[in-house]
Design a protein around this ligand. Structure first.
Ligand SMILES: NC(=O)c1ccc[n+]([C@@H]2O[C@H](COP(=O)([O-])OP(=O)(O)OC[C@H]3O[C@@H](n4cnc5c(N)ncnc54)[C@H](OP(=O)(O)O)[C@@H]3O)[C@@H](O)[C@H]2O)c1
Length: 291
């Protein structure tokens, strides 16, 4: 059954079938300065008659990008296969900051980048919504991690585990002698030749932000196998969210939250994101009101 999102003053009658009607503490995490990702942390309010994996009261989180994308709302109806139990030791706000950004970083490093222990990995855009996960996930794979960010975020990126931090306002990593096994690029502000030069032989450049040259020339540049370039197209995936659940439960990763805004201030939240001064994630909170 197709999932639907809807806003309503009161919960609607629950349809039969594989639908859930979660309610309250619905949260939203921004992922791009002018856009937001459909990340939710919710408490299950009611379940459809064929739902077997969850029950009312369960605390779950999800990326509902493939189920109607999303909206700022107190209620959302989604199929059970989209949902994962929220790690018990993190708050609703923290959990809401996880689903899309963390899974994007995981898929980019693991699936595109084929990250291995001991590799040198550079994260371009290490202090933002995706980068703060990319740094921590790369460390959890045993990589030696270099984060790139501006001066005001150097200490944050170090604090979440980066072995080295490059302040892009003072230094240009593409002009250094240092070469990397893997570059995970959330900014796409350099030419493809700059990125390829910064790779070691056999290295891999992964464009997370849209980089047309990587998209169209990547297969050609990768043809001889000496260095590779690829573009990441993330797929919402409950199994990958479960991997993040384990990492968070083990405290091998922590969501970095800049600010939480109540739902009524969502316009302010969007303006704040658009200003580009945030670190990590911005979260919208919706008060839990049982009916
Ligand atoms: N491929 C996919 O499937 C997929 C999925 C989701 C999102 N995305 C992409 O991910 C991007 C958004 O990522 P995000 O949410 O992490 O963004 P964000 O929260 O706005 O973070 C941007 C990061 O870039 C850094 N930065 C800004 N200018 C820089 C420069 N000149 N050099 C190096 N770093 C610089 C910022 O550092 P300072 O704040 O310190 O300046 C910050 O760390 C978008 O392009 C979106 O399209 C891709």
């Amino acid at each position: 059954m197709a999932a639907r999102l809807f806003c309503c003053p009161q919960p609607l009658p629950l349809p039969a079938g594989p639908m859930m009607l979660p309610v309250a503490s619905f949260l939203w995490a921004g992922y791009k300065r002018h856009l937001s990702a459909p990340a939710q942390t919710i408490e299950v309010e009611a379940v459809g008659s064929s739902v077997t994996q969850f029950q009312p009261g369960d605390e779950v989180f999800a990326d509902i990008g493939q189920h109607g994308f999303g909206a700022f709302a107190e209620y959302v109806s989604v199929p059970q296969d989209a949902l994962t139990l929220k790690p018990a030791n993190i708050t609703f706000e923290e959990a809401a900051a996880v689903p899309q950004a963390a899974v994007v970083a995981l898929q980019g490093l693991r699936d595109n980048g084929k990250i291995q222990p001991g590799q040198t990995v550079l994260i371009n855009g290490a202090s933002g919504g995706l980068g703060t996960y990319a740094v921590q996930i790369a460390k959890s794979f045993g990589a030696e991690v270099t984060g790139v960010c501006s001066t005001r975020n150097v200490e944050l990126v170090r604090a979440i585990g980066a072995d080295h931090v490059i302040d892009y306002t003072h230094e240009d990593f593409t002009q250094h002698q240092q070469r990397y096994d893997l570059i995970f690029d959330i900014v796409a502000n350099r030419s493809i030749s700059d990125y390829m030069r910064a790779l070691r032989p056999g290295g891999h450049y992964v464009a997370c932000a849209f980089n047309p040259t990587a998209l169209f020339l990547g297969p050609l540049l990768s043809f001889n196998g000496r260095k590779q370039a690829s573009s990441l197209i993330h797929k919402p995936n409950r199994d990958d969210l479960a991997i993040m659940q384990e990492l968070l439960e083990a405290r091998k990763g922590v969501p970095v939250i800049d600010m939480c805004f109540p739902l009524r201030e969502v316009a302010d939240a969007m303006r704040y994101l658009a200003a580009g001064q945030h670190r990590g994630k911005v979260v919208i909170t919706v008060a839990h009101k049982r009916v």
